[in-house]
Structure formats: structure tokens, C-alpha cells
Write a protein that binds this ligand. Sequence first.
Ligand code: ZN
Length: 186
Amino acid sequence: MRNKSVLSEAKQIQLASELIKLGARLQVLEANSNLSRERLVKLYKEITGVSPPKGMLPFSEDWFTSWQPNMHSSLFINIYKYLTSYTDTHGIEAVIKGYKLYLEHIEASQLDQVLSLTRAWTLVRFIDSKILSLAPCSQCAGDFVVHTLELHSRHVCGLCNIPSRAGKTKKYSQVIASETQQLSAA
Ligand SMILES: [Zn+2]
């Protein structure tokens, strides 16, 4: 601890600050930083003006496969996969970069932000641990997040099979469809 390089500590603080600004929960910071919990809490308070929310992360993998979250999760993970496959970005850096690009897409298309940074990070962990996977839609060929146990060759995504209650989101779905297909084709 005493010998820790100032430069590496500065990098750690910069990374944690960036994660906090993007809305990361404390658990995400702790998993991606060598800084002590006390310092992370202090940093969190300094940046946001409030204490970090307490308690466990509430996320189950089912969230990522429900209709609207699935569109956003699939968009993000396609960006993330692109970054880790075709650039030398990886790990938490790729999550941050991918998440910022996801936000840009959402903003440019005037869509609500559905996926939080903490959920994006959780999604990558579920994919890495093979709880969730990516499956190509048999109709549009875009890649979408599915339960690994439910992987099958005739997957039809939520955009090609829009639930009737999602009627007003037609335009919305077209935007996401074109984004995910462009990324999948890249
Ligand atoms: Zn489809």
C-alpha cells in the first residue's frame, strides 16, 4: 500500500471517477478498482453529492431478456463485442467506451435510456459466465441476448416479433433494428 505508485493511483481514481459519472454502483467500482471501499465512498460522495445506494445489486438475468431491455442490451453488447474484437480495448475500458457509444446512439435516436452502466457491466459478466449468450435472429440476422439454456437455431428477436402492447414503439424498434444490424454486419 505504501509503495503504491502515485501514477497508478491517479489512474485508479480517474477510472473510478469516470464510472461514477456514468452512474456506476459501488459494487462495480469495488470490482474494478484497487482503491479501498472508504476512498471509493468518499470519491462517490464528492462527485455525486450523495452517499452511494446501499444493498445488493438487484439484477437477475431475466431483466435482459424482457422486451424493451432486450433491445437496449443487445445494442450495447453488439457495440461491446465490436470494440473487443476489432480494437485493442477490453475489460472495463470496453464497457465504458461501449456504454458511451450506446448513450450516443440513444441520444441521436431520441430514445429513453433503458440500460444503466451497472446493468451493462452485469450483462458482460453474464455473457462471460455463459448464463446469457448472443443468438442471431432467424429473420433479421441481428444478434440478440438470450438465455444460454434457451439457445436455439430458430430464434426470432423482439423486433421481428413485436408484442402488440408495444405498438407505439414501432419507430423506436426500427431505429434499434438498424443499429444492431449494422453492428452485427460489421
Ligand atoms: Zn429479428
